[in-house]
Design a protein around this ligand. Structure first.
Ligand code: 8IG
Length: 265
């Protein structure tokens, strides 16, 4: 196995093609917290364990899956669905966090859908609301880029793909996603800070993956499922079980959304 992350992604992409019996993939989709029910309506043409590909490891959080599922879209394209991701807070480093994204790019994907579960700052967007990510604040202090790689992020989340998503679900609103390092949830003061800085959603993923995807030249669609009101906005403490519960409840809507996206992507 290579210790260069880009070469490692090439190795993983080669194994992905071999394991799934595919020449290439066209689209990738990463399912975050709360989104796993989307897999129930997929009609796989092939699948494998992510941990069987170079550079991936088994998931550590309950409810975070670890399979790679290939489906053929109605338009005849191949979509690869990653049912889990590595988070920065796992301590495996930034390269591990973006390895799936780089593998998808190396396997041929030109578009990637990054989904997550997050905390919401707007009480008018209660748990169960899906929000299109329009932009982000990366507060992790980390980057997947090394050296003088000046990647343009002025439209990190493709406007075209957001418009496409609204053809599937016209009412989708937009927001700015703020990534904290985690794994602790925010303090109420940190949530207020995120709001003052222009954020609408708080989470522990996605922005580093988006940076890596843009470096690789992929178009990014970001979708956040609000699974809880952010700290200080709700009278009850935050709990990982609520995250899974919100996902369960939103299940049928997420399934329709993912199915619809696969029709247009
Ligand atoms: I699900 O409220 C989920 N992930 N940082 N804050 C942060 N991450 C989250 C939250 C939240 N909910």
């Amino acid at each position: 196995m290579s210790d260069n992350p880009y070469d490692l992604a090439e190795e993983a992409a080669a194994r992905l093609r071999e394991r799934l019996g595919l020449d290439r993939i066209d689209v990738a989709l990463v399912l975050g917290s709360g989104w796993s029910s989307a897999t129930e309506v997929l009609d796989p043409i092939a699948s494998c364990e992510l941990a069987d590909l170079p550079g991936f490891s088994a998931p550590v959080v309950p409810g975070h899956g670890g399979r790679l599922i290939a489906v053929r879209t109605p338009g005849g394209r191949v979509a690869a669905i990653f049912t889990g991701r590595t988070h920065l807070y796992e301590g495996r480093g930034v390269d591990a966090v973006v390895h799936g994204v780089r593998t998808a790019a190396a396997a041929g994907a030109s578009r990637i859908v990054l989904t997550n579960g997050c905390g919401g700052l707007d009480p008018n967007r209660p748990p169960g609301t899906v929000v299109l990510i329009a932009d982000h604040l990366n507060l992790t202090g980390a980057t997947p880029l090394r050296g003088a790689r000046f990647v343009d992020l002025s439209e990190a989340y493709s406007r075209d793909l957001r418009d496409l998503a609204r053809r599937v679900e016209p009412g989708l609103g937009e927001g700015v996603y703020v990534q904290f390092h985690g794994p602790q949830f925010e303090t109420p003061a940190e949530v207020r800070m995120a709001g003052i800085l222009g954020g609408d959603l708080v989470g522990m993923s996605t922005t580093l993956e988006t940076i890596a995807a843009r470096e690789a030249g992929m178009e990014v669609l970001g979708l956040s499922l609000v699974t809880n009101l952010a700290a200080g906005l709700s009278p009850v403490p935050l709990d990982h079980h609520d995250v899974q519960e919100a996902g369960q409840e939103a299940g049928p809507r997420l399934q329709r959304l993912v199915t619809g996206l696969l029709e247009v992507l």
